[in-house]
Design a protein around this ligand. Structure first.
Ligand SMILES: [Zn+2]
Length: 512
């Protein structure tokens, strides 16, 4: 069994979950579920990034201690992941003592392995509280951070521990050259290569005058204790996860799924820290794009938001998961629209797989007393299997993690099944007993097609896939069925039940 350890970015605990968080977790969840059905030994880590100045300030504004504040935020996030059916194996929180101790262990390891990599230095710069980092002139427009135009940059002077990031540029370049899969999609790799060509500046690894974080393991030579800079505390979560009781996380991670805005932290700072500590690097970093609403990026500070609950309630959790993953390419940017959501729901779920399932089970009930007849596989099956091979290639990592491509391949099998009904007209075949063998072969084919669709849609629509599987009378569960089993599935003798429609046609609501 191949080991598959996937992490997402840990979410910053200064606000509520929004559509951008949801897209990342749903995409990562589909990838993990997919790999479980490939037969891989999956460990799926998500969590919360709970330290930093911004969190401490937001907590103070809410009149709470930071810990009490992040406890509440973590509850809101976990409640959302529950509603969205996220199947993570571990939820890490950076405010926990196990994480603190392990971060200190990692920093000590850098001190021990490369003693020159940390040094003391005074620094004055323009600090963005939104990014929790000093901004370079190129990232400042009109005196504001380009990512946080509503925040004021602060001039900050501090004596801190610094990390000698500059010395890792050649090693990072060599790693990217030797392992093109380390960072994908290619657009993101090119950005990072360009950045490395310019050379790297050393970065601050600790903060003064600020207590909400992991104590840096060594005081300054002045004796002043410092707090670990939030990125030096957050990034190691992927490594510290293995030290939590019950965790089966095994370093290195197979893939870090992160937003394209934090690629630099994951492909420059984090691997440099690991090199400094003499630890292996993650196998790959997959950078997904942004989801926007009316062309604007979701962000708390820019005030662009959409009520997640409202979007989930529109057609249910699984339809929401399907729409996002089908319509927003997981290697690029996309935009949420109520009109598109309704159009995709109607054409692909209600009129697509939903209609196919209800027609097929109705015909099996009517013509075969509800029992799937025997019928040999044919051209339709061969064509379907080619599409499923394409779906697996889209998600096995060989070309990245292209969830939208996998769904497109599955969608082709649904179109093929509906076409098969039109071409063969089972209701006409049923009129003449001489056509009985052909009728049974058509219905057996349709049942097999639906069974495979249930198995392959389970990573994206876990509940609807089970409802379909139950309607077909399949053994066990769709999500528990390995793809290799689905390839040679035979539904002969399954007892179907029509049940309620999988995806009721939407009530007309008018456009929003
Ligand atoms: Zn910023």
């Amino acid at each position: 069994m191949a080991r598959f350890y996937l992490t997402t970015a840990i979410d910053y605990a200064n606000g509520d979950p929004h559509l951008g968080h949801a897209l990342e977790k749903i995409g990562a969840d589909a990838i993990c579920r997919f790999h479980r059905q490939m037969g891989d030994d999956v460990w799926f880590l998500i969590g919360m990034d709970e330290h930093g100045q911004k969190v401490a300030r937001t907590a103070a504004e809410a009149g709470l201690e930071p810990q009490a504040f992040v406890d509440r935020v973590a509850e809101r996030f976990t409640a959302t992941w529950r509603v969205l059916g996220i199947s993570h194996d571990q939820f890490i929180r950076t405010s926990t003592p196990t994480h603190h101790e392990a971060v200190q262990r990692l920093l000590d390891r850098i001190f021990a392995t490369n003693p020159d990599d940390f040094y003391e230095r005074s620094y004055t710069g323009m600090y963005c509280v939104g990014c929790e980092s000093f901004k370079q002139p190129a990232d400042i427009v009109d005196g504001k951070c380009t990512l946080h135009p509503t925040r004021t940059l602060e001039e900050v002077t501090e004596r801190n521990w610094f990390f000698r990031l500059s010395r890792y540029a050649p090693a990072l370049k060599a790693h990217l050259a030797a392992h093109p899969e380390f960072l994908a999609p290619a657009t993101r790799r090119n950005e990072i290569l360009a950045l490395l060509d310019q050379g790297l500046d050393d970065i601050s690894a600790s903060r003064s005058r600020f207590a909400w974080g992991v104590p840096f393991p060594r005081p300054l030579s002045t004796g002043e204790p410092q707090t670990t800079y939030v990125w030096f505390d957050a990034l190691p979560n992927y490594w510290t996860a293995q030290f939590f009781p019950g965790s089966k996380a095994e370093w290195p991670a197979t893939v870090h799924v992160v937003g394209k805005d934090i690629t630099r932290f994951h492909t420059v700072i984090w691997p440099a820290m690991l090199m400094a500590a003499g630890l292996p690097l993650p196998e790959r970093v997959w950078a997904h794009g942004f989801i926007s609403l009316g062309g604007e990026r979701f962000s708390k500070s820019a005030g662009v938001k959409l009520e997640l609950d409202e979007a989930i309630a529109r057609f249910g959790t699984d339809a929401f998961r399907y729409y996002l993953l089908r319509d927003i390419p997981f290697d690029g940017d996309g935009s949420f629209s109520w009109e598109r959501f309704e159009a995709v729901y109607t054409s692909e779920l209600a009129n697509g797989i939903g209609n196919l399932a209800s027609r097929t089970t109705a015909m099996i009930e009517k013509y075969c007393a509800g029992v799937v007849p025997a019928g040999a596989a044919g051209d339709v099956d061969t064509a379907d299997l080619a599409d499923y091979a394409a779906a697996r290639r889209a998600l096995d990592g060989s070309r990245g993690f292209l969830v939208h491509e996998a769904l497109e391949a599955i969608q082709r099998t649904i179109g093929r099944a509906n076409q098969h009904i039109q071409d063969t007209k089972p209701w006409a075949l049923a009129k003449d007993p001489a056509n009985r063998a052909q009728l049974e072969r058509v219905l057996a084919t349709l049942a097999r097609q639906l069974a495979r669709q249930a198995v392959y849609l389970a990573p994206v629509m876990p509940e609807k896939a089970e409802a379909l599987w139950r309607a077909l009378g399949g053994p066990g569960t769709a999500g528990g069925t390995k793809f290799v089993t689905a390839e040679r599935i035979d539904c002969t003798g399954w007892r179907v039940s029509k049940g309620e429609g999988l995806f009721p046609r939407p009530e007309p609501t008018g456009l929003r």
